[in-house]
Design a protein around this ligand. Structure first.
Ligand code: AKB
Length: 317
């Protein structure tokens, strides 16, 4: 197997790439990035290349050079940045995906993974236990690119038989690489600020509830989906996926069990409107039925693991 990972320096890419190198051999996983420099761990653990995914010929060169047969296309502009730079979000998210899908057909790539998000849903979607098949009327540019991307993936599967698989990730919480420009970022930022400043100001209200997941579970879900037999994959747009749902106040209280001095306040900004347009909880029973999805991390277990790892990182310096 020769795997190409685009966006390998991002929040999910930085951890998924290392897991893929562990599973399939370091030299078989080509990590690519555009402007952000790779971490030492990524650079030293296997091959890396620089590429702008909106440049189709540049992506083609890498596919040919490394005889790629599997692609994890993770590059994407997230919701908050997407609202500030909608043209950029459309360009990166849509042109990048279309290039990858076209090249995948041309070079007979065996499997493609592409992440969708809870951002594919909007204010007209049922917000509690959101079903797999439901109204998709997002009000962010990021969400628009996710719905269009999901339909494009399904189209390439139906028309060309391309084995493309996708997950609608909830907010992902992790300690290795901070997320960049999302609405769910507060659920990560609170951990950093709790350790460094003992003070955190949420940019959403305390009652804001969103679906979330720890990175270990997100990486496991991605690997499990990609390893599942094609006959089990009944959803070719994108699978609903979830682990936890909690309010901003609930995560603050959980962190305060470990750091009682932590003070929190709430000052909602433009991201509140985005959060309010997304579901509070997700029905992911189709993923659980089709390919055996099962999450492991509870809010308590995740909080402890996050704090242990972040504190250990801080002690290194
Ligand atoms: C964001 O907040 O934009 C992302 C997402 C839910 O897709 N974390």
């Amino acid at each position: 197997m020769k795997i190409l990972v685009t966006g390998a320096v991002g929040q999910i890419g930085s951890e998924l790439t290392l897991e893929l190198r562990k599973r399939y051999g370091a030299n078989n996983v080509i990590a690519t990035m555009h402007r952000t420099p790779p971490s030492d761990e990524l650079k030293e653990s296997g091959p890396i290349e620089k590429v702008d995914v909106s440049d189709k010929e540049a992506v083609r060169k890498i596919i040919k050079k490394h005889k790629i047969d599997t692609i994890y296309h993770l590059v994407g502009i997230l919701s908050a940045v997407g609202e500030q730079k909608p043209d950029l979000a459309w360009h990166v998210n849509m042109t990048g995906l279309k290039n990858v899908l076209d090249l995948a057909v041309e070079y007979k790539i065996k499997k493609v993974f592409w992440p969708s998000s809870i951002a594919a849903f909007g204010p007209t979607t049922p917000r509690v236990k959101t079903p797999q098949r439901t109204v998709l009327e997002p009000t962010t540019m990021y969400g628009v690119t996710k719905v269009a991307g999901e339909l494009l993936c399904q189209y390439y599967f139906e028309k060309y038989g391309l084995d493309v698989r996708s997950l609608r990730y909830p907010g992902i919480i992790s300690w290795k690489t901070a997320p960049g420009g999302g609405t769910t970022d507060y659920a990560v930022a609170i951990f950093y600020e709790a350790i460094e400043k003992k003070n955190y100001e949420f940019f959403v209200s305390k009652n804001t509830i969103l679906p979330m997941m720890y990175m270990d579970d997100a990486v496991k879900a991605t690997c499990d989906l990609m390893a599942a037999p094609a006959k089990n994959i009944s959803v070719r747009t994108s699978y609903n996926l979830t682990a936890l749902s909690f309010s901003a106040e609930e995560i603050a209280k959980e962190v305060q069990k470990h750091i009682p001095e932590l003070k929190v306040s709430y000052k909602p900004d433009f991201r509140q409107k985005i959060a309010d347009s997304w579901p509070q909880s997700i029905d992911d029973s189709q993923a659980r039925k089709d390919w055996g999805w099962k999450h492991e991390f509870t809010l308590a277990k995740m909080t402890k693991d996050m704090l242990d790892n972040l504190k250990a990182e801080c002690n290194k310096f």
